[in-house]
Design a protein around this ligand. Structure first.
Ligand code: ATP
Length: 452
């Protein structure tokens, strides 16, 4: 990995400088592991979520969406096992008094001796204790234990508790899925590495309900589909892999689980978990709620509790992976440039329109083109500085297309269209621009293939 150009520091710096991501509450010194998405970042992350939603929900006949409340009945988290089991092992350093996740000591630095890992710095670590990661708060004006609620640590449970509502209202029958994108909260012991591990983050989760017996086939289907999604949006094959969990790593209820891993600058790490959760979740909610969450198939006259295949991805972690993967440096027009080779449909800005000079009616003509494109895509107008400098700025923002308006435009209604990656320029009639732009920024055609 040492030959790689990209480092986490370069990504953090570019993100701050160009307005992708800022430290949260920065004017007050920041808040550990909390980040704010700036003007470019918010577009990028929205595009990532939109790409997931399009692929997982709107382009399929067998998946519907949901948007649940973050606060749920506390019994949900008893049924799901989170109150009892959603813990990480924690150790304290007796010397510096900091806390670390016992199973990830090799991933963090000693705060006093950053070249060492905790425990290797001369400080003695305590034995491991279990620490529950759920954030607690109180609902209403009385702060007693009866009013305790949790900020959801995953979006999945909102899907399980609405299973019957969706079956009845949307007339779905297995195999079918319910998808949700939303914030989750985990009081992580050692957050860090920029957007990789934060205490507040967004998940993109699908619970796909199938007839018991069909689960192995659907598990395999979703493993293939999710890898294909990252590839279609440009993630390099050599930085992506599936890592099946060893049997001692599997949750007791899971029949199978594989992580989609990405080769981040901090090494291979989980991007998404894909699990065959069997009928565990629905059965737990049947037991705790006393409600019947089984499915009756009136064709075969069978009643069953569906098995669930769960692809669970992080929106922020994926956004980070797309940024890291897209980052490149090369030479453009005799100058060093940093460029984000984002898939055009993920890029925050699709087209930059640049008048060659700030005179002779060129800005007016460029503004006209901006207004033609604006209803169809995110477009930027930039007239400040040399043309080379303006290209560099757009390259760093990942803008796939640049349109330059020059004197010839005024004569023959053509412009130059510059491609971010090849830096090739071609002359195009303004009348054709909209079609050409639309074609070049279109989302990838899915290689989904046949359903099992
Ligand atoms: P990890 O082992 O990294 O703590 P996990 O196995 O607990 O992750 P899941 O519960 O499977 O994670 O969550 C699904 C996805 O949600 C993860 O693959 C990741 O993309 C995202 N995610 C989980 N925790 C965080 C976090 N603290 N910050 C950012 N994203 C997260």
């Amino acid at each position: 990995m040492s030959d790689r150009i990209v480092t986490m520091d370069k990504i953090v710096n570019l993100a701050k400088r160009r307005g992708f991501v800022f430290p949260s509450s920065e004017i007050y010194g920041g808040l550990a592991s909390c980040w704010d998405y700036g003007p470019l970042g918010v577009e990028l992350k929205r595009n990532v979520k939109e790409a997931w939603w399009r692929d997982t929900v709107t382009s399929r006949p067998d998946v519907v969406g949901l948007d649940c409340a973050i606060m749920m009945h506390p019994r949900v988290w008893e049924a799901s096992g989170h109150v009892k089991n959603f813990t990480d092992p924690l150790v304290d350093c007796k010397k510096c008094k900091q806390r670390f996740r016992a199973d990830q000591l090799d991933m963090v630095q000693c705060p006093e001796k950053p070249s060492k890992h905790p425990g290797e710095c001369g400080g003695e670590l305590t034995g491991a204790r279990q620490f529950n990661l759920m954030f607690e708060t109180h609902m209403g004006p009385v702060e007693d234990s009866g009013a305790t609620v949790y900020l959801r640590p995953e979006t999945a449970q909102g899907i399980f508790v609405n299973f019957v509502n969706v079956v009845n209202s949307a007339r779905m029958r297995p195999p079918f899925g319910i998808a949700q994108i939303g914030k989750s909260f985990r009081n992580e012991i050692t957050p860090g590495n920029f957007l990789f591990r934060t205490r507040e983050f967004e998940q993109m989760e699908l619970e796909f309900f199938v007839k018991p017996g069909d689960d192995d086939e659907w598990f395999k289907y979703w493993l293939d589909r999710r890898i294909a999604w990252y590839r279609e949006y440009g993630i390099r094959a050599e930085r992506l892999k599936l890592r099946p969990h060893a049997s001692d790593e599997l949750a007791h209820y899971a029949k199978g689980c594989s992580d989609v891993e990405y080769d981040f600058p901090i090494g291979w790490q989980e991007l998404e978990g894909i699990a065959n959760r069997t009928d565990f979740d629905l059965k737990q909610h049947i037991e705790y709620s006393g409600k019947d969450l089984s499915f009756y198939d009136d064709g075969t006259k069978e009643r069953f509790v569906p098995y669930v295949i769960e692809p669970s991805a992080g929106a922020d972690r994926s956004t980070l992976a797309f940024l890291v993967d897209a980052y490149d440096e090369d030479e453009a027009e005799g100058e060093q440039r940093a460029v984000l080779r984002l898939h055009p449909s993920l890029a925050p800005i699709k087209v930059a329109v640049l008048p060659l000079m700030r005179k002779a009616g060129l800005p007016e003509k460029a503004s006209e083109i901006v207004e033609t494109l604006r209803p169809h895509c995110a477009v930027a107008y930039d007239q400040a500085g040399s043309i080379g400098r303006r290209y560099r700025r757009q390259d760093e923002a990942g803008t796939p297309l640049g349109i330059t308006v020059d004197y010839q435009t005024l004569e023959d209604e053509t412009v130059t269209l510059r491609d971010r990656d090849s830096m090739q320029q071609e002359r195009i009639a303004t009348a054709e621009l909209l079609d050409v732009v639309r074609e070049r920024i279109a989302p990838p055609t899915s290689s989904r293939g046949l359903l099992p």
